[in-house]
Design a protein around this ligand. Structure first.
Ligand SMILES: [Zn+2]
Length: 69
């Protein structure tokens, strides 16, 4: 079956982007590290939100929802 290999990759792309609440206007994202990671990049949440151009994560400035680590 020539289509078997192709079919195995369909629907198996990147995981859905996450929404991350932060309590800072400057955040960094590295994709979480590991095989799904990417070079560390910094974003300014000037409009209260930013989307990572690498992994598509949405960062929203919301101190009340931001979880402390
Ligand atoms: Zn990212």
């Amino acid at each position: 079956m020539d289509n078997a290999a192709k079919g195995a990759t369909d629907g198996n792309g990147l995981p859905p982007p996450e929404t991350i609440y932060v309590d800072q206007h400057r955040i960094s994202c590295d994709g979480g590290g590991g095989p799904l990671g990417h070079p560390k990049v910094w974003y300014s949440l000037e409009d209260g939100r930013a989307v990572c151009g690498y992994c598509g994560r949405l960062f929203i400035y919301d101190p009340e929802k931001a979880s402390r680590r």
